[in-house]
Every structure is written in C-alpha cells, then in structure tokens.
Design a protein around this ligand. Structure first.
Ligand code: 3PG
Length: 311
C-alpha cells in the first residue's frame, strides 16, 4: 500500500513538474515575441505611453469578452479586493510604462540587462524599507549583479539616460508590485489568470489619463501619419501582436505564480531575460562589445548565485 501511495505521489509530482515546465516555456516564448514586436512598433512609432496603454486595453478587452462569453469564469470580487489591488496596479503601471519608455530609447537587450538586476532591488527594498534581513551570501550575490549591470551600462554603445533610468524605475516598481501582489493574492479565491485580468483593467484606468497628458492625441495622430506612410498597414499587425502577446505572457506568468514560489518565479524571470537578450541581439543585429557582453553575463551569473543563496 505504502509503495502504491509513494508511486502515486511521485507521478503527481512529475505531472506538476511537466505543467510548470510548459508554463515556463510558454511564458518565455510569448515574452520573446512581445519584445520583438514591441520594439518594431517603437522604432517606427515612438509613443511608449500610447503603446503601453494599448497593451493593457487589449488584455482588458480579451478578458471582458472571455467573461461575457463564459470562456473564462468571471471572478467574484468585492470592494476590499479592488482596494488591495490598487497599490499593485499603480506599481504595475509605473513598471510597465517605465520599461516601455526605456525600450523606446535603447536596445531591447540593454533594457533587459538592467532589468536582470531586479533581485538586487528586491533585497535592498526588503532590507531597508521592510527591515527584513538575509544571510550574508545573499548580500554577497548582489556584488556581481550590481557590478555586472554597471559594467554593461558603462560599456553600452548606445547609452541613453532615459533608457537607463526607465529600466531602473521599472525594477523598483516591479519589486513593489511583487510585494503588494503577494499580500493581495494570499488567501483569495481569485485565480492567477483572473487576478492578472483585474490588474490590467485597473492599470488601464490609472494609465489612460497620464498617457493623454504626456503624449496625447495630437502627437499620436501626427506620428501615425508618418509611421503608416513608412511602414504601411503591417504596422497595425505589429501593434496588435505586441498588445496580444503582452497580455498572454503576463497571464501565463501569473498562472504559473499559482503553482510556484516567488523565488522560483524570479529565477524563471531572469532566465526569460537571457532568451530575450539573445534573440533581440540576433533579430535587431544589435552591436555588442565583448566587455559589454561580459557585464551582462556577470549580472546573470550573480542572479544565479542569488537564487542559490536564497534557497
Ligand atoms: C513591460 O512592458 O511591462 C516590460 O517589458 C515588462 O517587463 P518584464 O515583464 O519582462 O519584467
């Protein structure tokens, strides 16, 4: 009997591993496609506040239609839920816009190299704002993360301050998003998929007035004439692709968050960045100096050390 129970447990463990493996593969693949189309759009039509609003709008629409047609069951939410979601949505909005502004100014690979430093932000925020302490190896692992990111930034051929700061702000905002959403999701019956859907809707409401104030319809219309005459109607397809893939990769990542710990999640996220950095360098033929690549490699190796130290 004991042997049968053991076999059943190990087979359900294997099934869980396969499921998580599938989530991770989908998350990374969807993210690579998002990053490529997002950059193609930004190169031709550099209005990051508009494109980040459209990504959220597209995701919100997909989910509202899925709920209305009962493809997905709508979540049961109350005022308390939306109140708890509000700080998460503010952080998600800031992190999303900041990353998109960054990518409108620098190579996709550079934004993601800086974003691979997110664990360092997580430790510093937890230590200095939340008073959490960590074992010494965790602090030591920050040295290669911060050192590697700094080396990559200093040797970046097309360095741009807005691009750099955008990625840094995005790191900080996403650390807060993860802290708040861990609190918000705990003990709630809303699934990862629906939690992310509500997050998109609330972020869209927050972002829209700011996007209008910062860029606005006049700039959008003028830029559109120029972009569409240069690229042609396929620009619309690129925009649709970046919006749909933005929603899908985030949805899958929140679905996997239901199954895994925040630590496994952040390791998966850094590994995701390796695939984005490599594929975007190939597709956009981004010039990279060896010392620049070395900085990125050190930073990513630091993240690996960090995950080992935290375990
Ligand atoms: C965004 O547009 O929100 C960023 O590309 C997000 O980056 P991340 O999900 O890879 O942290």
């Amino acid at each position: 009997k004991a042997a049968a129970a053991e076999a059943a447990a190990s087979s359900s463990e294997t099934k869980k591993k396969i499921k998580i493996g599938i989530y991770f593969a989908m998350w990374w693949a969807l993210n690579v496609v998002f990053n490529i189309y997002n950059k193609k759009v930004l190169n031709a039509y550099p209005y990051p506040w508009l494109t980040s609003t459209l990504s959220l709008a597209c995701g919100s629409l997909i989910m509202l239609i899925s709920w209305a047609t009962r493809i997905a069951e709508a979540p049961k939410t109350d005022l308390e839920f939306w109140k708890a979601l509000f700080p998460v949505a503010v952080a998600h909005t800031i992190g999303h816009v900041a990353a998109t502004v960054s990518m409108s100014k620098v190579a996709v690979s550079f934004t993601h190299i800086i974003k691979s430093g997110e664990p360092a932000f997580s430790v510093l925020v937890s230590r200095f704002l939340l008073g959490e302490t960590f074992p010494v190896p965790v602090y030591l692992s920050l040295i290669p993360i911060i050192g590697g990111c700094s080396l990559a930034a200093l040797t970046e051929l097309n360095f741009n301050m807005i691009g750099f700061m955008g990625a840094m702000i995005s790191n900080l905002a996403f650390v807060f998003r993860n802290i708040f959403s861990k609190r918000g999701m705990k003990g709630k019956s809303v699934s990862g998929m629906n939690y992310y859907a509500c997050l998109s809707i609330l972020s869209l409401i927050i972002l829209t007035p700011f996007a209008i104030a910062v860029e606005g319809p006049q700039l959008w219309a003028a830029g559109w004439q120029k972009a569409i005459s240069e690229i042609g109607p396929q620009l619309l397809w690129w925009m649709a692709a970046q919006s749909v893939f933005y929603h899908l990769y985030n949805q899958v990542s929140y679905m996997s968050l239901d199954e895994i710990s925040p630590l496994t999640f952040s390791i998966g996220n850094t590994m995701k960045r390796i695939s984005v950095i490599v594929s975007s360098i190939i597709i956009f033929q981004t010039p990279v100096q060896p010392v620049n690549a070395l900085g990125a490699a050190i930073a990513i190796f630091g993240t690996f050390l960090y995950s080992q130290a935290k375990q």
